[in-house]
Design a protein. Structure first.
Length: 358
């Protein structure tokens, strides 16, 4: 049996959702479960968050999976549909769709849909990734409203891109622009992602869209979820499969890029990039063993990694290892790897066993 596994704590998930509700008590909640709920299992998360008002995914296939698993609440397609056939499938599955460009508008206007759809017009307020320009909003709204495919009013959505930087003036400008182009319309509005929900109460509007914060991870690179009242939902664990004496001056692993500064003990962990742990994790990246942090020594390989346990360690084969989670925030590991915790949790491989804690 592969000792590498992740623990998914559903009580932590519920706690984090409750925290989002407390921050925005007047807003409804779209729980973002794209990317298999950031690696946490989208169906499991959606079934657990029964108090969510809706869910959001990036791709139609994700929405269909939720429907086939019995999820009946509204599902928002954050990138919309990529062609007319997908639009028909989304309509049949009673999804809400984003429209962010002329091509999507054309499909919506020119396709006979099996059911009317709720539409969210994506407004580019400054991120310049997807979305219609503010000066296009009136034209898009008029055309969408004229279609028999529309259910209800046109809703509005945009996306913050620097809301995690609390002193940035850009977020204020995005907020002002969003209000300026949407306030005259009756449709519902959503602007706040996790960072917007946590730090920008003026931007909560009708709906908030928390994603990474639901899973106990901070959107800020200089913080971690536990500092902000969140609890890690995922804990990645394995165990020591060898403990070896190691002489000063000796190297270890591929490339020999770590040299022991003293006589020490090396722990070998059943964990590697084949499990989703980043190969680029450098020497010095922390790992939690027996109540303390030790550090990676040598390159991470496909199935194993090595850590410097210290000359006086008493660790033994079979001892539990935490790669990230409650004892060691994923955000701290991400800082060492020069990435973000989002990328760590979403890349866990299928061979890593899931253990559900409820």
């Amino acid at each position: 049996m592969n000792p590498a596994h992740i623990e998914i704590d559903l009580n932590a998930l519920r706690h984090n959702f409750s925290q989002m509700q407390k921050l925005a008590p007047k807003s409804k909640v779209i729980a973002v479960v794209k990317g298999n709920a950031y690696g946490h299992d989208a169906v499991l998360v959606a079934k657990t968050l029964d108090k969510a008002d809706a869910f959001a995914v990036a791709r139609l296939e994700e929405a269909v999976q939720l429907r086939e698993s019995g999820i009946t609440k509204p599902i928002l397609l954050l990138e919309g549909c990529f062609n007319a056939e997908d639009l028909k499938i989304a309509s049949q599955n009673e999804c809400h769709t984003v429209i962010h460009c002329q091509e999507q508008l054309n499909d919506f206007l020119n396709t006979k849909l099996p059911k009317q759809m709720n539409v969210w017009l994506k407004v580019d307020t400054g991120m310049h990734r997807i979305g219609v320009q503010p000066e296009q909003v009136d034209t898009f709204v008029q055309q969408i409203t004229s279609s028999e495919n529309l259910q209800g009013n046109v809703n509005f959505v945009s996306h913050f891109y620097m809301a995690d930087e609390l002193t940035s003036k850009i977020t204020h400008k995005q907020l002002e622009k969003f209000v300026a182009v949407t306030s005259k319309y009756p449709g519902e509005k959503s602007l706040s992602n996790s960072a917007g929900t946590l730090y920008w109460s003026d931007a909560h509007f009708d709906w908030i869209r928390p994603g990474i914060s639901l899973y106990g991870i901070s959107p800020r690179s200089d913080s971690h979820g536990q500092r902000e009242g969140l609890e890690p939902v995922m804990t990645l664990k394995s165990q020591l499969i060898a403990v070896r004496e190691h002489k000063a001056g000796e190297t270890i692993g591929y490339g020999g890029n770590w040299v022991a500064p003293r006589d020490t003990k090396i722990g070998v962990i059943a964990m590697g990039y084949g499990d989703g742990y980043p190969r680029v994790a450098p020497n010095g990246t922390p790992v939690y063993i027996n109540g303390r942090r030790v550090t990676i020594a040598g390159r991470v390989s496909m199935d194993m990694m090595t850590v410097d346990l210290g000359p006086d360690s008493t660790d033994k084969v079979g001892d539990e290892v935490v790669l990230w989670g409650k004892e060691l925030p994923a955000e701290i590991v991400a800082q060492h790897v020069d990435t973000i915790a989002y990328e760590l949790v979403i890349k866990i491989a299928n061979r890593v066993k899931r253990i559900i804690k409820d």
